[in-house]
Ligand binder design. Structure first.
Ligand code: GTP
Ligand code: MG
Length: 137
């Protein structure tokens, strides 16, 4: 469908990139449906990343994602999930294409600036995890 979910991660927030990243997102044709500025608890981050529970970096991932505030948002555009992953670039910034958000703002595979949902199903689950029906416009 036409929506995806994103988080500007603690590294990009701490490094002052919220404005530039939102500019890239909007310039990329995405409309903001919902947005909030929050710091995740261990419980919230652990639940959000439950799909990665068995992966060796799960503990580090939860630690990192709770290390400072993030910006969470639901975005709308035709082909949103795929087009947003193209806009942000590969998970590891050394592999991220020139001009992508991770190429410009990410420092490492864990501190990689931004999240983008990987399927329509997960986009809906993740958006519903963070936002009620009264927080979407
Ligand atoms: P997200 O959009 O954040 O979900 O990234 P992704 O879909 O490109 O990657 P994936 O879902 O496979 O991994 C989720 C997150 O875990 C990544 O964004 C990274 O921040 C982190 N991650 C992935 N691989 C590694 C790793 O090998 N080491 C560490 N420390 N973190 C990793
Ligand atoms: Mg992922």
């Amino acid at each position: 469908t036409n929506r995806t979910f994103t988080m500007i991660k603690p590294d990009a927030v701490a490094n002052g990139h919220i404005g530039a990243i939102l500019n890239d997102i909007i310039a990329g044709g995405f409309k903001i449906i919902a947005m909030k500025y929050i710091q995740l608890s261990k419980e919230t981050a652990g639940a959000f990343y439950a799909v990665h529970k068995e992966r060796p970096f799960y503990g580090e991932l939860v630690e990192f994602m709770t290390s400072g505030p993030i910006v969470a948002a639901i975005l709308e555009k035709d082909n949103a999930v795929e087009d947003f992953r193209t806009l942000i670039g590969a998970t590891n910034p050394v592999d991220a294409a020139e001009g992508t958000i991770r190429n410009k703002y990410a420092k490492s595979i864990d501190a990689n600036a931004i999240h983008g949902s990987d399927s329509d199903e997960n986009a809906a689950i993740e958006g519903n995890f963070f936002f009620s029906q009264f927080e979407r416009f």
